[in-house]
Write a protein that binds this ligand. Sequence first.
Ligand SMILES: NC(=O)c1ccc[n+]([C@@H]2O[C@H](COP(=O)([O-])OP(=O)(O)OC[C@H]3O[C@@H](n4cnc5c(N)ncnc54)[C@H](O)[C@@H]3O)[C@@H](O)[C@H]2O)c1
Ligand SMILES: [Zn+2]
Length: 400
Amino acid sequence: MQTIYQQFSVNYSYPVVFSRNVFDRENPLLADLVGQGGSARNRALVVIDSEVARLQPELLERICRYGERHLPGLSFVAPPFVVRGGEICKREPLEVERIHALVERHGLCRHSFIIAIGGGAVLDVAGYAAATAHRGVRLIRMPTTVLAQNDAGVGVKNGVNAFGRKNFLGTFAPPFAVVNDFEFLRTLPLREMRAGMAEAVKVALIRDRAFFDALFASRRELARAASEPMERMIVRCAELHLEHICSGDPFESGSSRPLDFGHWNAHKLEELTDGALRHGEAVAIGIALDSLYSRQCGLLSEIDLHRILLLLEDLGFALYHPSLAWLDVEKALRDFREHLGGELTIPLLEGIGRKVEVHGIDTQLMKRCMVLLAERSARSCRAPDERPGTFIATDTGECP
Ligand SMILES: NC(=O)c1ccc[n+]([C@@H]2O[C@H](COP(=O)([O-])OP(=O)(O)OC[C@H]3O[C@@H](n4cnc5c(N)ncnc54)[C@H](O)[C@@H]3O)[C@@H](O)[C@H]2O)c1
Ligand SMILES: [Zn+2]
């Protein structure tokens, strides 16, 4: 027997830029970025979210004018290609096929660019199409939702749904660059703004107590999506996600997935409600549930639990949804383990900013936590201005 061991390492780096009005004719940012690809002439296809195109109708024209202004350094091969925004584009293979067809028709190569403008769903679709055409066309992401700017759009993953499963098909493919233009957010509904905040609360809880305190202090301004605290929140949240990617396991070969705090049940709630709950709304419930469970295990203090729930509620999240009653905890945990690939690993909290991982969940205790959340929600409904001072946390079970 003979074995040759192959070993090499690849260094990845990409800028995540925070800016405004990227498609102003005289703004050199995008043209400079593509220029860093090393060619004097850079061919690019723009893919844009249909809601962004609809609500910002002047944008398509501005993109075309920008292309004319920056020729030949940046050359758009076609008018922006509009992709159906939201989860529908990930559910059906049509959009990926169409982007592949455009890559083929316009002769884009591995040195060309796909510039994807949109919410996390459109970015995932365009990213998957870019990563699989010619085994990888360069991708520049321009996220247009809070969730995409602070989370989905800055990392190294893409994916589309298949066989009724979210992100069943996808790749790890670092982008060429990410441009977060805050002006894109001006048409985003408040509900979508809020949904993106759940990921900021999540990453603060597992990594950064000071960031949690800052979110807590500005929670009322954030609840009305005031731009200054919102932009600060996006930058810090994106930064924490990026730090996590390079300090941890960027291509997720292990089973530990700290950023999935609160997600084992959130994914199921999204499925159970058939998308009626936004991802961030489901994550807020997931955070509440896993924080409550952490408390019931004796890991988290009462005061920390109280602050977490208060922050989420003051941001405007409902921390219970009737579909929780239909959640099959055992199956949800099994599916989550499969999604991780390997050993079941659930992040919990032993303090704000401090996560701990466990490899088993006491399902009876978890179900009790769901009942507690339902009771808290019923109390809040009866007296909306009355905040329950403490949670019912008398019986602290053993942490598995
Ligand atoms: N690849 C990753 O690492 C990663 C991480 C987290 C989430 N995701 C994925 O991201 C998706 C969720 O992303 P999302 O929360 O951005 O939602 P989304 O992409 O579904 O967008 C929500 C809605 O907002 C619209 N929209 C987008 N930008 C807008 C704007 N500026 N103004 C008005 N409307 C706008 C969209 O058309 C859509 O209808 C999920 O599919 C999730 O799986 C991916
Ligand atoms: Zn998430």
